[in-house]
Design a protein around this ligand. Structure first.
Ligand code: SAH
Length: 213
Protein backbone atom coordinates (compact mmCIF):
# COMPACT_ATOMS: atom_id res chain seq x y z
CA UNK A 1 0.00 0.00 0.00
CA UNK A 2 1.37 3.47 -0.83
CA UNK A 3 1.11 6.60 1.29
CA UNK A 4 -1.92 8.01 -0.53
CA UNK A 5 -3.86 4.78 -0.09
CA UNK A 6 -2.88 4.55 3.55
CA UNK A 7 -4.09 8.09 4.14
CA UNK A 8 -7.40 7.37 2.39
CA UNK A 9 -7.95 4.33 4.58
CA UNK A 10 -7.05 6.35 7.67
CA UNK A 11 -9.65 9.00 6.81
CA UNK A 12 -12.20 6.36 5.87
CA UNK A 13 -11.77 4.67 9.27
CA UNK A 14 -12.31 8.02 10.99
CA UNK A 15 -15.52 8.70 9.07
CA UNK A 16 -16.88 5.22 9.60
CA UNK A 17 -16.39 5.64 13.36
CA UNK A 18 -18.35 8.87 13.45
CA UNK A 19 -15.79 11.61 12.85
CA UNK A 20 -17.80 13.70 10.41
CA UNK A 21 -16.85 17.31 11.16
CA UNK A 22 -15.10 18.68 8.06
CA UNK A 23 -12.66 20.93 9.93
CA UNK A 24 -11.62 18.08 12.23
CA UNK A 25 -11.13 15.72 9.27
CA UNK A 26 -9.05 18.34 7.46
CA UNK A 27 -6.86 18.85 10.54
CA UNK A 28 -6.36 15.10 10.81
CA UNK A 29 -5.50 14.91 7.15
CA UNK A 30 -2.92 17.67 7.52
CA UNK A 31 -1.16 16.44 10.67
CA UNK A 32 0.77 13.24 10.07
CA UNK A 33 0.58 10.92 13.09
CA UNK A 34 3.89 9.13 12.39
CA UNK A 35 6.31 11.77 13.78
CA UNK A 36 4.53 11.52 17.15
CA UNK A 37 5.28 7.81 17.47
CA UNK A 38 8.96 7.12 17.86
CA UNK A 39 10.60 3.81 17.04
CA UNK A 40 9.12 0.44 16.31
CA UNK A 41 5.44 1.35 16.26
CA UNK A 42 5.78 4.34 13.89
CA UNK A 43 4.99 2.14 10.92
CA UNK A 44 1.56 1.46 12.42
CA UNK A 45 0.73 5.16 12.69
CA UNK A 46 -2.15 4.97 10.20
CA UNK A 47 -3.98 2.16 11.94
CA UNK A 48 -6.94 3.18 14.07
CA UNK A 49 -5.31 1.90 17.24
CA UNK A 50 -3.82 3.31 20.41
CA UNK A 51 -0.04 2.70 20.44
CA UNK A 52 2.61 2.73 23.17
CA UNK A 53 4.80 5.82 23.60
CA UNK A 54 7.56 6.61 26.13
CA UNK A 55 7.04 6.64 29.92
CA UNK A 56 4.53 3.76 29.75
CA UNK A 57 1.87 6.02 28.19
CA UNK A 58 -0.18 5.69 25.01
CA UNK A 59 -1.06 7.80 22.01
CA UNK A 60 -4.84 7.61 21.68
CA UNK A 61 -6.70 5.87 18.89
CA UNK A 62 -7.15 8.35 16.00
CA UNK A 63 -10.94 7.95 15.90
CA UNK A 64 -11.08 8.77 19.63
CA UNK A 65 -8.92 11.86 19.00
CA UNK A 66 -11.35 12.83 16.24
CA UNK A 67 -14.47 12.25 18.32
CA UNK A 68 -13.09 14.16 21.32
CA UNK A 69 -11.98 17.05 19.12
CA UNK A 70 -15.38 17.15 17.47
CA UNK A 71 -17.14 17.11 20.84
CA UNK A 72 -15.04 20.09 21.96
CA UNK A 73 -16.56 22.33 19.23
CA UNK A 74 -13.37 24.37 18.84
CA UNK A 75 -13.59 27.71 17.03
CA UNK A 76 -10.70 29.68 15.49
CA UNK A 77 -10.85 32.26 18.29
CA UNK A 78 -10.44 29.75 21.10
CA UNK A 79 -7.68 29.33 23.64
CA UNK A 80 -7.54 25.65 24.51
CA UNK A 81 -5.94 23.75 27.37
CA UNK A 82 -5.10 20.10 26.91
CA UNK A 83 -4.21 18.01 29.98
CA UNK A 84 -2.11 14.99 29.02
CA UNK A 85 0.26 15.96 26.18
CA UNK A 86 1.52 12.40 25.74
CA UNK A 87 2.94 12.28 22.21
CA UNK A 88 1.65 15.76 21.34
CA UNK A 89 -0.59 14.43 18.55
CA UNK A 90 -3.89 15.61 20.00
CA UNK A 91 -2.42 19.05 20.75
CA UNK A 92 -1.18 19.30 17.15
CA UNK A 93 -4.69 18.56 15.84
CA UNK A 94 -6.10 21.22 18.17
CA UNK A 95 -3.47 23.71 16.94
CA UNK A 96 -5.08 23.57 13.47
CA UNK A 97 -8.49 24.54 14.84
CA UNK A 98 -7.81 26.97 17.70
CA UNK A 99 -6.04 30.29 18.08
CA UNK A 100 -3.79 29.07 20.89
CA UNK A 101 -3.17 25.70 22.54
CA UNK A 102 -1.54 25.05 25.90
CA UNK A 103 -0.78 21.44 26.73
CA UNK A 104 0.61 19.97 29.95
CA UNK A 105 1.98 16.60 30.95
CA UNK A 106 3.44 15.31 34.21
CA UNK A 107 6.33 13.61 32.36
CA UNK A 108 9.13 16.07 31.44
CA UNK A 109 10.41 13.67 28.79
CA UNK A 110 7.09 13.57 26.93
CA UNK A 111 6.87 17.37 27.03
CA UNK A 112 10.41 17.68 25.66
CA UNK A 113 9.78 15.22 22.85
CA UNK A 114 6.41 16.76 21.94
CA UNK A 115 8.05 20.22 21.73
CA UNK A 116 10.60 18.81 19.30
CA UNK A 117 7.85 17.57 17.00
CA UNK A 118 5.90 20.87 17.25
CA UNK A 119 9.11 22.68 16.18
CA UNK A 120 9.78 20.21 13.39
CA UNK A 121 6.26 20.73 12.02
CA UNK A 122 6.40 24.51 12.49
CA UNK A 123 3.42 24.58 14.87
CA UNK A 124 3.93 27.95 16.53
CA UNK A 125 0.64 28.28 18.43
CA UNK A 126 1.16 25.30 20.78
CA UNK A 127 3.03 25.60 24.07
CA UNK A 128 3.83 22.54 26.18
CA UNK A 129 4.57 22.65 29.92
CA UNK A 130 5.54 20.09 32.51
CA UNK A 131 2.97 20.32 35.29
CA UNK A 132 0.30 18.46 37.18
CA UNK A 133 -2.58 19.26 34.88
CA UNK A 134 -5.24 18.61 37.53
CA UNK A 135 -4.51 22.15 38.67
CA UNK A 136 -4.84 23.55 35.15
CA UNK A 137 -2.66 26.50 34.20
CA UNK A 138 -3.62 29.41 36.47
CA UNK A 139 -1.34 31.87 34.64
CA UNK A 140 -2.94 31.24 31.24
CA UNK A 141 -6.53 30.77 32.48
CA UNK A 142 -9.40 31.11 31.77
CA UNK A 143 -9.88 28.84 28.75
CA UNK A 144 -12.58 28.61 26.08
CA UNK A 145 -12.04 24.88 25.79
CA UNK A 146 -10.39 22.24 27.98
CA UNK A 147 -9.65 18.69 26.85
CA UNK A 148 -8.42 16.09 29.33
CA UNK A 149 -6.88 12.93 27.88
CA UNK A 150 -6.37 10.98 31.11
CA UNK A 151 -9.20 9.66 33.26
CA UNK A 152 -10.15 11.21 36.61
CA UNK A 153 -12.82 9.94 38.97
CA UNK A 154 -14.47 13.35 38.84
CA UNK A 155 -13.83 16.51 36.82
CA UNK A 156 -11.01 18.30 38.71
CA UNK A 157 -12.29 21.44 40.47
CA UNK A 158 -9.46 23.74 39.31
CA UNK A 159 -10.20 22.83 35.67
CA UNK A 160 -13.90 23.63 36.08
CA UNK A 161 -12.88 26.93 37.67
CA UNK A 162 -10.63 27.78 34.70
CA UNK A 163 -13.42 27.29 32.13
CA UNK A 164 -14.97 30.50 30.75
CA UNK A 165 -18.70 31.08 30.66
CA UNK A 166 -19.74 29.57 27.32
CA UNK A 167 -16.75 27.26 27.57
CA UNK A 168 -16.68 23.51 26.99
CA UNK A 169 -14.61 20.80 28.67
CA UNK A 170 -14.41 17.21 27.42
CA UNK A 171 -12.92 14.53 29.64
CA UNK A 172 -13.02 10.83 30.46
CA UNK A 173 -14.31 10.10 33.96
CA UNK A 174 -14.33 6.86 35.90
CA UNK A 175 -11.87 4.54 37.57
CA UNK A 176 -8.88 3.48 35.50
CA UNK A 177 -9.64 -0.24 35.74
CA UNK A 178 -13.36 0.12 35.02
CA UNK A 179 -15.48 1.51 32.23
CA UNK A 180 -14.95 5.21 31.83
CA UNK A 181 -17.27 7.65 30.12
CA UNK A 182 -16.46 10.59 27.98
CA UNK A 183 -18.25 13.58 29.49
CA UNK A 184 -18.88 17.05 28.08
CA UNK A 185 -19.27 19.92 30.51
CA UNK A 186 -20.57 23.32 29.42
CA UNK A 187 -20.28 26.35 31.64
CA UNK A 188 -23.37 28.54 31.28
CA UNK A 189 -24.29 31.82 33.03
CA UNK A 190 -26.16 29.78 35.61
CA UNK A 191 -23.84 26.82 36.22
CA UNK A 192 -22.55 23.64 34.63
CA UNK A 193 -24.37 21.32 32.21
CA UNK A 194 -23.11 17.77 31.79
CA UNK A 195 -23.70 15.25 29.06
CA UNK A 196 -22.36 11.74 28.71
CA UNK A 197 -21.00 10.92 25.26
CA UNK A 198 -19.63 7.39 25.06
CA UNK A 199 -17.64 4.72 26.90
CA UNK A 200 -13.86 5.08 26.55
CA UNK A 201 -10.65 3.78 28.07
CA UNK A 202 -7.79 6.10 29.08
CA UNK A 203 -4.75 5.93 31.33
CA UNK A 204 -5.43 7.49 34.74
CA UNK A 205 -4.80 11.09 35.70
CA UNK A 206 -1.99 10.75 38.23
CA UNK A 207 -1.04 13.29 40.90
CA UNK A 208 2.18 15.25 40.81
CA UNK A 209 5.03 15.72 38.34
CA UNK A 210 7.06 12.63 37.40
CA UNK A 211 10.84 12.52 37.82
CA UNK A 212 11.99 11.02 34.57
CA UNK A 213 14.52 13.69 33.58
N1 SAH B 1 -3.15 13.25 24.30
C1 SAH B 1 -2.07 12.32 24.19
C2 SAH B 1 -2.31 10.98 24.86
C3 SAH B 1 -2.44 11.13 26.31
S1 SAH B 1 -2.04 9.73 27.29
C4 SAH B 1 -1.63 12.14 22.76
O1 SAH B 1 -2.21 12.76 21.86
O2 SAH B 1 -0.66 11.40 22.53
C5 SAH B 1 -2.33 10.50 28.85
C6 SAH B 1 -1.24 11.43 29.29
O3 SAH B 1 -1.70 12.05 30.48
C7 SAH B 1 0.06 10.72 29.64
O4 SAH B 1 1.10 11.22 28.88
C8 SAH B 1 0.25 11.05 31.13
O5 SAH B 1 1.61 11.28 31.49
C9 SAH B 1 -0.59 12.31 31.29
N2 SAH B 1 -1.02 12.60 32.66
C10 SAH B 1 -1.53 11.76 33.58
N3 SAH B 1 -1.81 12.43 34.71
C11 SAH B 1 -1.47 13.73 34.50
C12 SAH B 1 -1.54 14.93 35.28
N4 SAH B 1 -1.99 14.93 36.54
N5 SAH B 1 -1.10 16.07 34.73
C13 SAH B 1 -0.63 16.10 33.45
N6 SAH B 1 -0.55 15.02 32.67
C14 SAH B 1 -0.97 13.85 33.17
Amino acid sequence: MDDAERKMQFLYALRSRGVTNAAVLTAMEQIDRAPFIRGYFAERAYEDMPLPIACGQTISQPSVVGLMTQALEVTPRDTVLEVGTGSGYQAAILSQLARRVYTVDRHPRLVREAREVFDQLGLTNVTAFTADGSFGLPDQAPFDRILVTAAAEDPPGPLLAQLKVGGIMVLPVGQSDAVQHLIRVRRTESGLDYDELRPVRFVPLVEGVARDG
